[in-house]
Design a protein around this ligand. Structure first.
Ligand code: CA
Length: 422
């Protein structure tokens, strides 16, 4: 396990902070009325990558990639350029650096900004959003509720990462309000459905993988190649309307019950930053087909939490603590499976891991599971109870990988539920 890389930006050296120099995640920011552009962060300091490039600090094959309002052009440059930028930033910002930024106040004024003085935007343009179902605990819990314990895990689940094509158009950055969705609802004992606002609105704790390379239609990739195609990871909340979902989902899977909103954190955490935190997948019940087999550990040990804060409450309650190590399929396997039919993959594709539930109740990553389909309400720290989300509820996802004396943090992914529109 590597140690903290100390920075002359001293807020980056807090052992409990999300953004030490080891992290260097990528995002998009703006100040006041300025154009959004690419950035990274150390501690509480935003680093303007477009300004650094203009000042000649990088040597990139294509100029101007950081001046764009998304990371897509930088992602498309591939690994050599990304390694160059990461190495260069590490040299510039480390405490014992020999390069000039540390001693040039005029440059610092153009490049460094207090994180509390900027606005963070969607970090990349989402080409397509696909959502998987990679936690066995989640699949078993949901299957038990929807189909009974004997049919809980579908027979295909053990053999491949199953998923569905979601909507890219409603993937939004943290802090974007989420309007309660409307749809067809049908109580089990009702003869016919009616149309109205969802009464079973839920969250799903997930990790999103951001694809940084494309494949041609008809081509496929190995799991190892797919691993190299992943630019990084973001916290992801796959908001779900359980009543809409329950009535619509057979036989073609989730549709409107998932289409209305997906929230992501503003920071993409790179594969390089997460490299020390690789872990093997949980043991498998059956061997995978060769095209899905991985040569080494491709999962991650990332601690996750979900906080729920009601509108009028001063206190939030941590309602779930989980970990990405519970996922049975890695993002690399999911991507290899996705491309295996000949499906073209694009820079900016977003792959949701599926709800990340652990084995015990406190590690379940949705209210559907935590309150067992509405039958067992949970009690929040302010004394109120929840089966599903109420208007005004704010959900916040957080995550970090724990190193020795430092953390690779994921920032936070928040969203507040607002009432359905008339
Ligand atoms: Ca999901």
């Amino acid at each position: 396990m590597s140690a903290l890389v100390e920075s002359w930006i001293v807020t980056g050296n807090d052992p409990d902070g999300d953004f030490p120099l080891n992290n260097l995640p990528y995002g998009v920011f703006s100040r006041k009325d300025e154009r959004p552009r690419c950035c990274t962060i150390v501690g509480e300091t935003i680093i303007d990558l477009a300004a650094l490039e203009e000042l000649g600090y990088f040597d990139l094959p294509q100029p101007g990639v950081f001046s764009q309002p998304s990371l897509n052009a930088f992602m498309a440059l591939g690994s050599p350029a990304q390694t160059h930028v990461r190495d260069r930033l590490t040299d510039l910002l480390r405490v014992d650096n020999s390069l000039k930024l540390k001693d040039l106040p005029a440059h610092q004024k153009r490049v460094l900004f207090d994180v509390y003085s900027v606005r963070l935007h969607m970090p990349f343009a989402v080409s397509g959003f696909t959502d998987f179902y990679a936690s066995k605990h989640h699949a078993t819990n949901v299957g038990t509720m929807f189909r009974g314990a004997e049919n809980a895990l579908p027979p295909n689940w053990l053999h491949m990462p199953i998923g569905y094509n979601g909507r890219a158009s409603t993937v939004v950055v943290s802090d974007t309000p989420v309007t309660r969705p409307k749809g067809q609802l049908k109580a089990q004992d009702a003869d016919a459905p009616h149309f109205g606002a969802s009464r079973r609105l839920d969250f799903e704790l997930e990790m999103g993988a951001v694809v940084g390379a494309s494949t041609a239609m008809g081509d496929s990739v190995s799991v190892a190649q797919a691993g190299d195609m992943i630019f990084g990871y973001v916290l992801l909340n796959d908001w779900s309307a359980r009543d809409i979902q329950a009535w619509e989902y057979q036989p073609l899977g989730p549709f409107q019950g998932k289409a209305f909103a997906t929230s992501i954190a503003p920071w993409v955490i790179t594969r390089a930053a997460l490299a020390p935190f690789r872990v093997a997948a949980p043991p498998r019940d059956v061997p995978l087909l060769p095209y899905l087999q991985e040569s080494g550990p491709m999962g991650y040990d990332i601690e996750l939490s979900v906080e729920l804060k009601p509108r009028d409450s001063q206190v939030g309650t941590i309602i779930c603590r989980s970990n990405t190590k519970h996922l049975c399929y890695s993002a690399a396997q999911q991507l290899a499976h996705h491309a295996s039919s000949g499906c073209a993959m694009r820079v900016g594709d977003l792959l949701g891991s599926g709800t990340i539930s652990g084995p015990e109740r406190g590690a379940w990553g949705s209210l559907l599971e935590l309150a067992w389909g509405g039958k067992e309400p949970i009690t929040l720290d302010d004394g109120s109870k929840r089966t599903f989300l109420e208007d005004g509820d704010m959900l916040t996802l957080r995550g970090f990988a724990q190193g020795e004396g430092y953390r690779i943090g994921f920032g936070s992914c928040s969203g507040t539920v607002v009432p359905a529109r008339e």
